[in-house]
Design a protein around this ligand. Structure first.
Ligand code: NDP
Length: 328
């Protein structure tokens, strides 16, 4: 029997999970829940239903794992502990500083109800966290580096759009090639924020807007752009739509370190991602962890977990014997 998946919230991630479920034959989509009028939310899977969130509790016996696809800022801190009362849950909570607090809330709810909740699944946090952890455990004598990009930062794009005279805009975070090279060469550089990443902005201005002022406001915006070398390009609405409508992202996790009695041998561990679609990749990671949540729950485990707590074999659709034969 397939593992029955529910999707809570149908945005970029919700749609990505739906696609990922399609490509995993051991999973099936049972229902999508939304806070909007279900009639207005059109999904792709003909066999699944769209329901209002208020109906979720009633369907607790029809769903094995509920994937919570709300936004990290305000949705997930409420939704994940709430639905852990009735379901095994997985989310992609990515506000790094608040993960310990989110863990405690989900852990309490999941332990009380006897479910498994896996939080902060995706690529960062998620696959990047795992790779940082493996590299740290292996090369205890070393230094960590994470670079992001090239990719769209939603937060920085929103910040540009809030400037007076800006109609629309997209921001790309780009790693500095020289910094990457220096790290890969094992030079262990101390890098400032400015030395690690640049920011490139594509802006559609309103007619007659003062372009010099907009550019100045972007480049000097504290927390977002002031600490980076930022380039601003003014383009037309058509160009933005044609060339910048995707949601690519990616990055590099690198740890350099040394071994030997006098640390005479150097090593570089590198994990890199180049993603055409950030939400679709994130959703593919989440779906593998949904399989793990189901299996762990079947074994009687309960409480909150992160990617650190899930053994790799739980993620794969293959069983132990197949894994040992094909992938070991
Ligand atoms: P969206 O803004 O696309 O969706 C968030 C929620 O907004 C949905 O669940 C949906 O809820 C609602 N919504 C979506 N579209 C509409 C609409 N047209 N009108 C009204 N409401 C809408 O966010 P994403 O799916 O792109 O991302 C979700 C979170 O995932 C992000 O906040 C981010 O923090 C996290 N993330 C984590 C990553 C990681 O590596 N860990 C990577 C990428 C993202 P409803 O259906 O109930 O209305």
């Amino acid at each position: 029997m397939s593992i029955r998946i529910g999707i809570m919230g149908y945005g970029n991630l919700g749609r990505g999970v739906e696609c990922a479920v399609k490509h995993n034959p051991d999973l099936e989509l049972a229902a999508v829940f939304t806070r909007r009028d279900p009639e207005t939310v059109k999904i792709l899977t003909e066999t699944a239903k769209v329901c209002h969130v208020d109906e979720a509790e009633k369907m607790k016996d029809e769903i094995d794992v509920l994937i919570i696809c709300g936004g990290s800022a305000t949705d997930l801190p409420v939704q994940t502990p709430k639905y852990a009362q009735w379901f095994n849950v997985v989310d992609s909570f990515d506000t790094h500083a608040r993960i310990p607090e989110h863990f405690e809330n989900v852990d309490k709810a999941a332990k009380e109800s006897g479910h498994v909740g896996i939080i902060s699944v995706g690529w960062d946090p998620g696959m990047f966290s795992l790779n940082r952890m493996y590299a740290n455990a292996i090369l205890t004598n070393g230094k960590d580096y994470t670079f992001w990009g090239k990719g769209v930062s939603q937060g920085h794009s929103d910040a540009i759009r809030r400037i007076d005279g800006v109609k629309d805009g997209k921001q790309y975070t780009i790693p500095v090639e020289a910094a990457l090279e220096s790290v890969r060469n094992g030079e262990n550089p101390e890098l400032t924020t400015r030395q690690k990443h640049t920011r490139e902005c594509f802006v559609v201005a309103e007619e007659g807007a003062d372009l010099a002022r907009i550019e100045q406001e972007i480049k000097t915006m504290p927390n977002y752009f002031a600490d980076y070398d930022t380039t601003v390009h003014f383009i037309s609405e058509e160009e933005l739509k044609r060339d910048h409508s995707g949601i690519p992202h990616g990055g590099f996790v690198i740890r350099t370190g040394s071994t030997g009695w006098d640390n005479e041998n150097k090593h570089v561990i590198e994990y890199s991602l180049k993603l055409d679609s950030n939400p679709e990749f994130t959703s593919s990671v989440i779906v593998a962890y949904a399989r793990a949540a189901y299996r762990m729950s079947q074994e009687g485990q309960k409480g909150c977990k992160t990617v650190f707590d899930v053994a790799p074999a739980y993620l794969s659709a293959m069983d132990g014997a197949e894994l040992r034969k094909h992938l070991l």
